[in-house]
Ligand binder design. Structure first.
Ligand SMILES: Cc1cc2nc3c(=O)[nH]c(=O)nc-3n(C[C@H](O)[C@H](O)[C@H](O)COP(=O)(O)OP(=O)(O)OC[C@H]3O[C@@H](n4cnc5c(N)ncnc54)[C@H](O)[C@@H]3O)c2cc1C
Length: 497
């Protein structure tokens, strides 16, 4: 008997039935979800403006189960969206309507800690902070520290090449991992990287790091551990002009200092976080810098003195140095809570993530001020200033469709200004669905064709997290036409809340 398919909804139900039937024998009953009330928590990641219900969610507990699930999807040609903790801000883990969400949340074993080799082997679902907590007894920690570190998973960190406050000195995720084990879309297991430096052949580790779940499903990560510094102190410096703060960042690096953290906030951000966490910030300042030094007490004393000199030369109006560990954490609490602070003062906020060469921070801030007037929306700015990674938070009301469109255009305008100033459209949050159109501005057709070539080598049927991170040549052509007409090119398949 043949079934007549009358509507797209019916087609989805038939596909769902086929998938669930094939997966049921492979997974424990609690590890396969398909009823809407069970799958709804997976309908979005941290980019909650976009939501999509998947066909089903699989939560395998072993690599063998994950392989079996992937093989079924390859055979049935069902796209897979890998998912860690779902804190991503660019929609990398947003489901696909005709696809499966493959959650690695149950892969949360710390397989091995070797304090002599200063490494840990961990499963992808282990939380970033849990690694440091597990190795603290050895006086070690895992350096990359996204502000979401209490929740985000190492698998997500590797897939996004995540950064954090301390990445200026210690490097991004890429610089802090040695090896990755992963499953390809055909079910084969591969390993990239090595425990010793300079492995022969093409180095595929950096290609997988930051690949946003498009190349392989990560099942194990070997991370580097570093010794905890004896002391850390932070300087909080206030400026009566954002440009002076921006210029001070460039001046510190130009003086040959690599602080353990170098962060900046503008007035709107300072006021929002001060009302929220009372971190002791100077609410009259136009901008503040947090400059951290770590090392031995002698190293810290010398670096704090040198940074203080530079900050004074750059016109700081107030300088405070933390005098205790609790004061240091208090100063940082404001910066670390900047995103939730934005959530308190606005119904919604859109967190941008671009990079620019440090010397252009002041220029970009001025341009953002002009955009606030153009799009009639407020923006608060927090920066990983030391490495030129900025996070403007555009405040808007998502229930107002017009405001949302203005927020999206404001965001694209910021990212394209970053490219114009010699920077990039993402510093650490990835492209996902959010910045897919801006990829058309960052790269030309030839570069995008190379990306597609790499994707095809790993996943010829384009089933692993498709429609994310790399725009098709057609999409870019359409984006070009829309820009001339003035409008927003919607993301494929997705619903707005
Ligand atoms: C409040 C807040 C603050 C944040 N601060 C920072 C910050 O300071 N720095 C920063 O870099 N980011 C930050 N982020 C963004 C986010 O936390 C990071 O991108 C993080 O690495 C995502 O990890 P996750 O486990 O939540 O991944 P998810 O959101 O689940 O997934 C992210 C991407 O990785 C892929 N993926 C996940 N696991 C795997 C796997 N095992 N194999 C293959 N692909 C996989 C997914 O398909 C998706 O493309 C912040 C987010 C929030 C909400």
């Amino acid at each position: 008997m043949t079934t007549t398919i009358d509507s797209p909804e019916q087609a989805i139900l038939i596909r769902q039935e086929e998938l669930v039937k094939a997966l049921k024998p492979l997974l424990p009953a609690h590890a396969l979800l398909w009823e809407p009330e069970d799958t709804i928590p997976y309908e979005c990641d941290g980019l909650a403006a976009y939501r999509q219900m998947p066909l089903a969610v699989a939560l395998p507990e072993t690599e063998a189960q994950a392989i079996a699930v992937i093989k079924v999807c390859q055979r049935l040609e069902i796209p897979i969206v890998p998912r860690g903790a779902g804190t991503g801000l660019s929609g990398g883990a947003t489901p696909i309507a005709q696809g499966l969400v493959l959650s690695l949340a149950k892969f949360k074993k710390i397989v091995k800690v070797d304090p002599i080799a200063r490494i840990a082997v961990v499963q992808p679902g282990v939380r970033n902070l849990a690694i440091s907590e597990a190795v603290a007894q050895h006086g070690l920690y895992y350096a990359p520290d996204p502000s979401s570190q209490i929740a985000c998973s190492i698998g997500g960190n590797v897939s996004e090449n995540s950064g954090g406050v301390h990445c200026l000195k210690y490097g991004l995720t890429l610089h802090n991992i040695l090896k990755v084990r992963a499953i390809l879309m055909n079910g084969e297991v591969v390993e990239f990287g090595s425990l010793a430096p300079d492995a022969p052949g093409l180095d595929l580790l950096p290609i997988v790091v930051g690949s946003e779940g498009m190349l392989a499903v990560i099942t194990e990560v070997t991370v580097k551990l570093v010794p905890k510094p004896q002391l850390a102190q932070v300087i909080m410096a206030s400026f009566n002009d954002v440009s002076k703060g921006g210029n001070a960042v460039a001046a510190i690096i130009a003086a040959g200092i690599i602080p353990a953290g170098l962060e900046m906030m503008d007035k709107a951000a300072i006021r929002a976080v001060e009302e929220f966490v009372h971190a002791g910030y100077d609410t009259d300042a136009e901008s503040i810098l947090l400059c951290e030094s770590d090392g031995t007490p002698e190293e810290v004393a010398e670096e704090i003195e040198r940074m203080t000199q530079v900050l004074n030369q750059c016109g700081a109006i107030r300088i405070q140095v933390s005098q205790s560990e609790s004061e240091r954490l208090k100063f940082w609490s404001g910066r670390k809570n900047a995103f939730p602070a934005a959530g308190r003062i606005s119904p919604d906020y859109y967190c941008m993530d671009g990079t620019i060469p440090r010397q252009h921070i002041a220029t970009l801030l001025k341009r953002i001020q002009e955009m606030e007037a153009k799009y009639q929306l407020r923006c608060m700015n927090v920066f990983h200033a030391g490495d030129g990674n900025m996070h403007p938070l555009i405040l808007f009301n998502g229930s107002d469709e017009d405001e949302w469109h203005r927020a999206e255009e404001f965001g694209s305008d910021i990212l394209e200004t970053c490219v114009e100033l010699g920077g990039t459209i993402t510093g650490e949050h990835g492209v996902g669905i959010e910045k897919i159109n801006s990829m058309c501005v960052q790269f030309g057709d030839l570069e995008r064709e190379l990306f597609w070539g790499i994707k095809a080598a790993f996943d010829p049927k384009k089933l692993l997290n498709p429609d994310k991170a790399i725009p098709t040549l057609n999409r870019c052509a359409e984006y070009g036409r829309m820009k001339i007409k003035g409008g927003v090119l919607p993301h494929p398949e997705l619903e707005r809340f």
